[in-house]
Design a protein around this ligand. Structure first.
Ligand code: PLP
Length: 397
């Protein structure tokens, strides 16, 4: 087989789908300020509201006005945490409960609240990445202000039991937030079925443009602007409407919802094929994440005795684009905080690769990957000073 580009990093971001691209190109001419009162402004505003309804439909929100557009998942998550900082000044409740495996924008927002004097709990997770419900039950006290648990993890794909987590939090009078950035478009998401107060979305994970996202805020719960200014978004998020991004988001959301069953079926079949072929062809691999409660497109694998960055670079030379948990790209050689939280030791965490498939992944691409991968792992293991077998044993804490 000749070298080709095989993109298996859809959890990092997705390409803009052609239908969305076409609509956005047309929307480039819709330059009017959506807050302007003239006809062109009103036309732009109508498109913004149409998109809001599509995003609301994707997350089962009955009222589109509960959806606020933001610049993405990071901003939405920061908005919730900064709202809680304000809320803690007025409320006897102060405790923030989140998990050890959240995206850095949640972890760092929670750490900021801790620095500001609020008690913050980072819940531990089990070997499969699901939160420890016993610890959660004990930590969920009457002074809990917010429970924030991601719907699905970006690295290992584990899906948390948000309906149960939310039910328990609501019974204690706490607000509930979920970061559904990775869940939306991959599994059904419903703010009403889940019973959450706040939900985060990002458009670039669902085949739409970057720099646009949303925050669902249930009517009646507190919300403070992170960006102050004009009256846009009911004063919750100032700044001239990003017509182009919002219109792209609307169509991406509409298509994601319409195609969910088909996407889920197709991507799951290819992910399972990749998982089964890797397990059959390469000894001593460990599949990370939950065996069943996992995103249909995500496969995180540890290859003991081989180093993650070396695997990534070797695959890249073959045109295969994947991710590794350790944050080498950001200048740190720290192993993945997610894998470490699931009890994978640093040796295994350093040798882990995330394959995230998407709607354009083909069977031919998976066949190409399972042909190229085994010799790469074998070569790296030969060069390693630790045997795969012993690394597999010591790698798990
Ligand atoms: C779970 C999760 N939350 C939040 C984000 C941040 O989203 P954005 O890139 O839109 O700021 C990401 C992106 O990687 C993510 O995977």
């Amino acid at each position: 087989m000749t070298k080709r580009a095989v993109y298996l990093d859809y959890n990092a971001t997705t390409p803009i789908r052609p239908e969305v691209k076409k609509l956005m190109v047309e929307a480039l001419d819709l330059y009017a300020n959506a807050s302007s009162m003239h006809e062109a402004g009103r036309r732009a505003k109508a498109e913004v509201e149409k998109a809001r309804a599509s995003v609301a439909a994707l997350i089962g929100a009955a009222n589109p006005s509960s959806v606020y557009f933001t610049s993405g998942g990071s901003e939405s998550n920061n908005t919730v945490f900064m709202t809680m900082l304000e809320e803690a000044k007025k409320s006897p409740r102060r405790k923030i409960i989140t998990t050890a495996i959240e995206h850095p924008c949640v972890l760092n927002s929670a750490a900021h609240l801790h620095d500001e004097g609020l008690p913050v709990v980072f819940l531990p997770v089990d070997d499969n990445g699901r939160i420890d419900m016993d610890v959660y039950g004990k930590e969920l006290t009457d002074d809990t202000l917010l429970v924030s648990v991601m719907a699905a993890n970006n690295e290992i794909g584990t899906i948390e039991d948000i309906p149960l987590i939310a039910k328990m939090a609501v019974a204690k009078g706490a607000y509930v937030h979920t970061d559904a950035t990775q869940a939306a478009g991959k599994i059904p998401v419903s703010v009403s079925d889940w019973g959450v107060d706040y939900l985060t979305l990002s458009c670039h994970k669902i085949y739409g443009p970057k720099g646009i996202g949303a925050l669902y805020v249930r009517k009646g719960v507190p919300i403070e602007p992170l960006i102050r200014g004009g009256h846009q978004e009911n004063g919750v998020r100032a700044g001239t409407y990003n017509n182009l991004g919002i219109i792209g988001f609307g169509m991406a959301a509409e298509l994601a919802l319409a195609e969910l069953p088909e996407y889920n079926r197709d991507v799951r079949r290819l992910r399972n094929m990749l998982r089964d072929e890797i397990s059959a062809r390469i000894p001593y691999v460990r599949i990370n994440g939950h065996p069943t409660e996992v995103l249909p497109n995500t496969l995180d694998v540890s290859f003991p005795g081989a180093e993650g960055e070396s695997i990534l670079l070797s695959l890249d030379l073959e045109g295969i684009e994947v991710s590794t948990g350790s944050a080498c790209a950001s200048g740190s050689l720290e192993p993945s905080h997610v894998l470490m939280a699931t009890g994978v030791g640093p040796e295994l965490a350093h040798g882990s690769i995330r394959f995230s498939l998407g709607k354009y992944t083909t069977e031919e691409e998976i066949r190409y990957v399972v042909e190229k991968l085994p010799p790469i792992i074998a070569r790296l293991r030969r060069m390693s000073t630790v045997s795969a077998e012993s690394a597999a044993v010591v790698g798990h804490k």
